[in-house]
Design a protein around this ligand. Structure first.
Ligand SMILES: C[S@@+](CC[C@H](N)C(=O)[O-])C[C@H]1O[C@@H](n2cnc3c(N)ncnc32)[C@H](O)[C@@H]1O
Length: 137
């Protein structure tokens, strides 16, 4: 079933507003090896592939568009030390993303921005790399 844009926004707001179950977090730890707040299908292996394809380094400012709770942006920042901007619409997602960034120790190089991909609020071309994981689904 295809959701309209307002239905989709509501869906994600409610989803991110719910606390993640301890069981969900445990599954992430066991299956992915990391607790990442995932809300899609991008695996750790694929995220590592992105890091290598995009040649992420501490000098690469990365935009994770539709980051949800920060996957894969916070992971990429942790693994490559790149600074990252996490952009999504629901504040509930961005709050959770900030918590995950703190727990991963990357909060200092992470910014969470409430932004719609259709009208990004960034001037110029500040990003050296952009990822979007399971956003157009
Ligand atoms: C399936 S989730 C994937 C979230 C995260 N990337 C992950 O893999 O866990 C899709 C995300 O895209 C976001 N999204 C959808 N349309 C968007 C838009 N126009 N601008 C920014 N984010 C959008 C949703 O709010 C949602 O968080």
């Amino acid at each position: 079933m295809r959701r309209s844009e307002p239905e989709s926004r509501q869906f994600f707001r409610e989803r991110y507003g719910r606390d993640r179950l301890a069981a969900t977090r445990e599954v992430e730890r066991r299956v992915l090896g990391h607790e990442v707040g995932i809300n899609g299908y991008t695996t750790v292996e694929q995220a590592e592939g992105l890091a290598s394809e995009l040649e992420l380094t501490p000098d690469t400012l990365l935009l994770d568009l539709g980051a949800g709770r920060g996957w894969p942006g916070t992971f990429l920042s942790w693994s490559t030390r790149c600074p990252v901007v996490l952009a999504d619409v629901p504040l509930e997602a961005l709050r959770a993303a900030r918590g995950i960034a703190e727990s991963r120790g990357v909060a200092g190089r992470t910014r969470a921005v409430c932004a719609d991909g259709a009208a990004l609020p960034f001037r110029g071309r500040p990003f050296r790399a952009i990822v979007h994981a399971d956003v157009f689904c």
